[in-house]
Design a protein around this ligand. Structure first.
Ligand SMILES: Cc1cc2nc3c(=O)[nH]c(=O)nc-3n(C[C@H](O)[C@H](O)[C@H](O)COP(=O)(O)OP(=O)(O)OC[C@H]3O[C@@H](n4cnc5c(N)ncnc54)[C@H](O)[C@@H]3O)c2cc1C
Length: 382
């Protein structure tokens, strides 16, 4: 695993340790995680333990309690989180990127350490009932009132919306889209837990802001810079999505193979059938291609290159690879996999959610097409 990310001995050793640690963590908490997932409950204690072990703060410097790593470390953690069905730290990683890139000294002091260590839970309040893939129809408003702002709006699909301590709230101000770091204990905020089909360990909620008063120091970036703050974490989110999808796909395949190797059908084992073997070979190939594209994006980031096309390509490939692996797992297992509360179904549902959340498969394809057309002067690829 991670053949191209093992760029030096120190990193290779860290990767091996992380893979082993997170597998053991998954074993230790399997029952608790499965129960929480099926009950649509955020296991805050397990999340905090991941934070204490250093796995929630990959991008944060050590002086703020983080790992002091880069996107390569982040992708390894994300893939293993997907592979062992752990609580995702992806939203925390986005929060870290936002604070590191845009936060004032005061904002970093207040939130960065907590988010990196799992003591403070972060969420992002962007989507609304009528504003998902496009912000143009966003209705939430931010209105100045003396030195403060009044924030009003209804957000939906918010992972950890009802479980977080701080959220990044996007709203339209007179100057345009603007983001605010909001302490969730402030008056005027209410939440309602919702039941998505997947990623239930970081369950979703509707979040209502009704004239929430925040000081100007809660603003992240300048008023009107909301699109820029949003775009600054888009690579992190796509790489995290891609890595979790690859991890989920690997797990689906591993579990299906483990079952099929012991399942007798007539005189054969399921894994003796060539049709099944080819399905496994194709899913493995797709996962390998997605991993290489993902690693390529992480390494390009370390070279300081523009990685938007790399991360988008990686997510696009990872969606198809994970779906292919999940389909193969159902073929390996047959009817016994096709029930609620089986790992195969939990994984398939997580994959469905990651296909849409954080930028849908269609939006990935639009972006790739736009870049190919503009980079080649609309001539197509020679
Ligand atoms: C479980 C879950 C968790 C989520 N977590 C969060 C969160 O924590 N915070 C947050 O703010 N949001 C979150 N989201 C919202 C998510 O980002 C949006 O669902 C996503 O951006 C798509 O928006 P939409 O659902 O409104 O679909 P729409 O924008 O209404 O799109 C509907 C369909 O049309 C397709 N489509 C849209 N535009 C185009 C186009 N130009 N070309 C081709 N096809 C297009 C879309 O791909 C989709 O299939 C989450 C969503 C889910 C389901």
């Amino acid at each position: 695993m991670y053949p191209t990310l093992r760029t030096d001995v120190e990193r290779a050793t860290w990767i091996d340790k992380t893979v082993t640690d997170l597998a053991a963590f998954g074993e230790r908490h399997r029952q608790e995680l499965d129960t929480a997932n099926r009950a649509n409950r955020f296991p805050r204690e397990v999340y905090a333990e991941l934070g204490r072990l250093g796995y929630l703060g990959p991008l944060v410097p050590t002086e703020y309690g983080g790992l002091g790593g880069g996107v390569a470390e982040y992708t390894v953690i994300s893939e293993e989180v997907g592979r062992h069905g752990l609580v995702s730290g992806q939203i925390a990683a986005q929060g870290q990127r936002w604070l590191l890139d845009w936060g004032t000294g005061e904002q970093k002091e207040r939130w960065l350490r907590g988010i990196a260590t799992g003591e403070a839970v972060f969420s992002e309040c962007i989507s609304e009932k009528n504003a998902g893939s496009s912000f143009k129809t966003m209705k939430s408003s931010a209105v100045r009132d003396g030195d403060d702002w009044l924030l009003t709006g209804s957000k939906t699909h918010i992972n950890l919306g009802a479980d977080c301590d701080v959220t990044l709230f996007y709203a339209m101000a007179e100057e345009g889209l603007t983001s605010f770091l909001v302490d969730m204990t402030l008056p005027g905020i209410s939440t309602h837990v919702t039941r998505a089909i997947g990623l239930r360990l970081i369950r979703t909620a509707d979040v209502e802001f009704d004239g929430v008063r925040v000081p100007d120091s809660a603003r992240l970036g300048e008023a009107g810079e909301g699109l820029a703050t949003f775009l600054s974490t888009f690579n992190i989110s796509r790489l995290g999505n891609a890595s979790e999808l690859i991890g989920l796909g690997r797990r689906a395949l591993e579990l299906g193979l483990r079952y099929a190797a012991e399942r007798q059908v007539g005189d054969s084992m399921v894994t003796d059938f060539q049709g099944i073997q080819w399905m496994v070979a194709d899913a493995w190939t797709a996962l390998q291609a997605a991993s290489l594209a993902r690693d390529d994006a992480a390494l390009a980031h370390e070279r300081g290159a523009d990685i938007a096309l790399h991360t988008t390509t990686a997510k696009r490939l990872a969606i198809s690879a994970a779906e292919q692996a999940s389909d193969a797992s159902y073929s390996l297992v047959g009817g016994h996999g096709l029930y609620w509360d089986t790992p195969y179904t939990d994984i398939a549902n997580d994959i469905k959610v990651l296909k849409v959340a954080g930028g849908s498969a269609e939006i990935m394809r639009n972006y790739i097409a736009r870049r190919i057309l503009s980079d080649t002067g609309h001539q197509g690829l020679a």
